[in-house]
Design a protein around this ligand. Structure first.
Ligand code: PHE
Length: 335
């Protein structure tokens, strides 16, 4: 017989060995059956793989190399089949039934609150701890609450139609949450300690830090003997609590018709290279007290109005206000 014949027969036998071994492991349904197949094929003394290995000796030296390589592959394949069979029969019945309780579950996709809502909720919580209750007012306001009672006369440039969204019948989309100060004081005697959070509207050109609609938090505290020192303390405490101990804020003298004296409050922006206005504040003007029937000789108070978007942006390192309105879930899912 030629060498080629012997080699090809031996290779064909290897092929058959692989096929029947895989079938035996594949069909085994119990640990005992798997073990029986292991002994038959991979048994160290009389296993069929062992015999196939011994056949190597009987081959011509030129054929040994090819047979050896093929033998190694078959042996490896059967070891894998053995392992697979072991894992399969060891699995619990639930798995055999198609339920693999060890797989990670499918998480239901849950939404979450918008970063601005989260900010608003945190502010309510924070000022709540400073003793401030929550007040509300309408977004469609009358001119009295948006301007007149706030000591902003008809001649004042803030009332310019180009700077406001006027509606029919002496109403408008409120341009500031200071309207709520008036509503609260009209409805309750002093002392007052409230915040109001909500949307305000101004015909501003949209850019990275401006929008025609944004949110403000208004604060109002009225009592006997409230001073500017109280105002500065509350705003500093607030900034440190919400933005972190290392935040820097500064007060600049300013003017609002409804506060005297007035300040603008800036915060050092993330990155630390520029100051950004956080909002306005001041001591409630006596004319405002008179407009709501409070006695300016009896009580004093402070008020502030801060931009919620900018607080949220500073807190999270966001640089473009428009991201907060685009509802891109890739952006929103980060909060
Ligand atoms: N209402 C002012 C604004 O919109 C902010 C402010 C509120 C200033 C309260 C002083 C007191 O800019």
């Amino acid at each position: 017989m030629s060498t080629a014949d012997t080699l090809s027969t031996a290779l064909a036998d290897l092929e058959a060995l692989e096929t029947s071994g895989k079938a035996a492991f594949g069909q085994a349904q119990t640990g005992d059956a798997v073990e029986a197949a292991r002994i038959e094929f991979l048994g160290l003394k009389q296993g069929r793989v062992k015999s196939a290995q011994e056949r190597l000796k009987s081959l011509e030296s030129g054929a040994k190399r090819e047979y050896g390589q093929r033998f190694n592959a078959v042996k490896q394949a059967l070891e894998v089949a053995w392992n697979d069979a072991k894992t399969r029969v060891e699995r619990p019945a639930s798995v055999a039934a198609g339920i693999d309780v060890t797989l990670p579950g499918q998480k239901p996709r849950l939404g979450h609150r918008h970063p601005l809502t989260q900010t608003a909720d945190e502010l309510i919580d924070l000022f709540g701890r400073f003793g401030f209750a929550v007040a509300r007012g309408p977004e469609v306001e009358d001119v009295r609450h948006n301007f007149e009672a706030l000591n902003i006369p008809l001649s004042h440039p803030a009332r310019d139609p180009l700077d406001n969204f006027y509606l029919p019948g002496g109403t408008m989309l409120r341009s500031q949450t200071s309207t709520v100060q008036i509503r609260v004081m009209e409805n309750q005697p002093p002392p007052v300690r409230v915040i109001a959070i909500g949307r305000v509207y101004r015909p501003d050109t949209v850019d990275a830090t401006h929008s025609f609609m944004f949110h403000q938090i208004e604060g109002l505290m009225v009592d006997k003997g409230v001073t500017m020192a109280d105002l500065k303390t509350v705003l500093r405490l607030f900034a440190e609590s919400y933005l972190g101990k290392d935040v820097q804020i500064r007060f600049r003298p300013s003017f609002f018709p409804f506060t005297e004296p007035s300040v603008e409050v800036d915060m050092l922006w993330h990155g630390g290279d520029r100051w950004v206005e956080m909002g306005g504040a001041g001591m409630v003007d006596p004319n405002v007290f008179r407009a709501v029937g409070y006695d300016p000789e009896e009580v004093t108070g402070f008020a502030f109005g801060l931009g919620i978007e900018r607080l949220c942006m500073r807190r999270h390192g966001i640089d473009d206000i428009r991201l907060l309105y685009q509802n891109d879930s890739r952006f929103l899912s980060q909060f």
